[in-house]
Write a protein that binds this ligand. Structure first.
Ligand SMILES: NC(=O)c1ccc[n+]([C@@H]2O[C@H](COP(=O)([O-])OP(=O)(O)OC[C@H]3O[C@@H](n4cnc5c(N)ncnc54)[C@H](OP(=O)(O)O)[C@@H]3O)[C@@H](O)[C@H]2O)c1
Length: 253
């Protein structure tokens, strides 16, 4: 099958390209470097010419409310228009578990709009909502840091290694369109405060993690055990957090 991966230079997209290529598929990593811009629309028609499957793993360059909302709306509209003209038979987009519960942020309003546009497009689709990537944990800790203290609640997460997200997306690409939401999550649940504590310990980072039920996730969201944990049909990763942290080749965002 011929697959076009938007965001093919990113953390998840580059791994999706590698996994699909290793499985013998024809894969095009559609990147700005190669003249494909999902915001301006440049290069979209050409790159999608013979595409059967589109995978969108792009991310907004800015998390500022208006910029992020505008990115997802514009990019998705452009990809849909080009995909309709080329006869794409499965449109897969990477979203975030709990997106509909995080609507006090322009970023997640943009993600929900992205999902809605794809659903309404008439193209067979799968929305793949992933949980937090292990690679993202230091950014979560950083956002919660004051001085040498990191304050986070004990609400449960079910985080996942980026490679397992990519493997799950490749599995979705090899299946019929779900025409709905599929969640992608790690093999175990962990308290958010413990997630950060484990990563800082592995990094020999001396910051102290304090479990604080009044603390917000990324300084924005009041969360509980249901906010960021999967609720739809879920594809589970196999890499456990402690094994990932113990792997010297791991990288953080
Ligand atoms: N962080 C998490 O824990 C988490 C959890 C669940 C889901 N997600 C979702 O996962 C997705 C991917 O995340 P990621 O960490 O893999 O992202 P990333 O590493 O930041 O990569 C983003 C990609 O988007 C591309 N891009 C940005 N603007 C573009 C444009 N105008 N035209 C074409 N390409 C453009 C970038 O390409 P360039 O090389 O051209 O910049 C890059 O390849 C996001 O949509 C996010 O919402 C994230």
């Amino acid at each position: 099958m011929q697959v076009v991966v938007f965001g093919g230079s990113g953390l998840i997209g580059s791994k999706v390209v590698d996994v699909l290529q290793a499985q013998g598929h024809t894969v095009i990593a559609a990147t700005r470097k190669q003249g494909v811009d999902v915001v301006t629309g440049e290069g979209l028609a050409a790159v999608l010419q013979n595409a059967e499957i589109v995978i969108d793993t792009t991310d907004a360059p800015s998390f500022e409310d208006n910029a992020a909302r505008s990115f997802f709306e514009t990019a998705t509209g452009n990809i849909i228009a080009a995909a309709k003209n080329s006869g794409v038979r499965h449109y897969i987009a990477l979203s975030v578990v709990g997106t509909h519960k995080l609507q006090n942020s322009g970023y997640f309003q943009g993600k929900l709009k992205q999902e809605a546009l794809i659903k309404a497009s008439g193209i067979p689709y799968t929305i793949a909502r992933a949980t937090q990537f292990y690679e993202f944990v230091l950014l979560i800790a950083q956002a919660a840091t004051t001085g040498q203290q990191v304050r986070l609640p004990s609400a449960k997460l079910q985080p996942i290694a980026a490679i397992d997200v990519a493997t799950a997306i490749a599995e979705i690409a090899a299946s019929n369109a779900y025409n709905g939401i599929v969640d992608i999550a790690g093999p175990e649940q962990i308290a958010l405060s413990e997630f950060a504590r484990s990563a800082l310990l592995a990094q020999q980072d001396a910051r102290e993690v304090i479990t604080d039920e009044s603390a917000l996730y990324v300084q924005t969201f009041k969360i509980d055990d249901t906010t960021l944990t999967p609720e739809y049909h879920t594809l589970l990763g196999t890499t456990h957090l402690q094994a990932w942290l113990a792997d010297p080749s791991r990288t953080f965002k």
